[in-house]
Design a protein around this ligand. Structure first.
Ligand code: PGA
Length: 253
């Protein structure tokens, strides 16, 4: 049984005060379910990771980073390593979020290095994949998502892959108010799980959690989570509102 996992990606939002207020509200509003019935993580901007981790010290909500760099240390101005993230109590790191792929220009090869470095450094990667609207319209969803999964996990052993969470986020659904239908999500999640089964073993593929992301709102959760291969949610906009995020966490149980 895969335990549901809900992660809130705050992107470039909040400040030192509102980040703490937000996370305190989320923690108190989801107290009875977090940890045992559902895993929850919040993913604030780098500069607020430490203050948010501090505010969560007696909560089972985990903290994640929005990105990670693959080198361990040295002359890499502006970058943050796995050991730095671990040092401040960060459990997860997003790798290959579509905004980093399409705005910053990250490639599958770079994301592959980040995923590998995260696992080696003891940070659990959440690897994001997903097609553009033109790719879906050209019937290329399978091709694009398969290429992303294979390239971004290239060279990772089964033991390392077991630390990875996948997130399917169709780019056309992110921040647009358009959500993939539960059927569309299930189709791509099955594709990813089958692929993991071919690349590794079916038993391993069955254990790996695959989240859906893209305009998730409280009222879309039950339907999405009812699909066999949808194991959780990566939430952007709605994770900035405590009531909405709490409703999403509760509906995902
Ligand atoms: P959204 O973002 O929920 O605002 O669409 C999801 C994401 O980018 O992870």
């Amino acid at each position: 049984m895969r335990k549901p996992f809900v992660a809130g990606n705050w992107k470039m939002n909040t400040d030192s005060h509102t980040s703490v207020e937000l996370v305190k509200s989320i923690a108190s509003g989801s107290l009875e379910v977090t940890g045992h019935s559902v895993d929850v993580a919040v993913i604030p901007p780098f500069v607020y990771l430490q203050v948010v981790a501090g505010a969560l010290s007696s909560s089972s909500i985990a903290v994640g980073a929005q990105d990670i760099y693959y080198e361990r240390q040295g002359a890499f101005t502006g970058e943050i390593s796995a050991s730095m993230l671990k040092d401040i109590g960060c459990t997860y790191a997003l790798c290959g979020h579509s905004e980093r792929r399409h705005i910053i220009g990250e490639t599958d090869e770079l994301i592959n290095k980040k995923v590998a470095a995260a696992v080696s450094g003891g940070v659990l990667p959440i690897l994001c994949v997903g097609e553009l609207i033109e790719e879906r319209q050209a019937d290329k969803t399978t091709e694009v998502v398969s290429r992303q999964v294979k390239s971004c996990l290239a060279g990772l052993s089964a033991a390392k892959v077991s630390a990875v969470t996948l997130a399917y986020e169709p780019v056309w659904a992110i921040g647009t108010g358009l959500t993939a239908t539960p059927q569309q999500a299930q189709e791509v999640h099955t594709l990813i799980r089958d692929l993991l089964g071919q690349m590794y073993e079916e038993s391993l593929a069955e254990e790996i959690r695959i989240l859906y992301g893209g305009s998730v709102k409280p009222n879309s959760v039950t339907d999405l989570m009812s699909r066999q291969d949808v194991d959780g949610l990566l939430v952007g906009g709605a994770s900035l509102n405590a009531d909405d995020f709490i409703a999403i966490i509760r509906a995902a149980v």
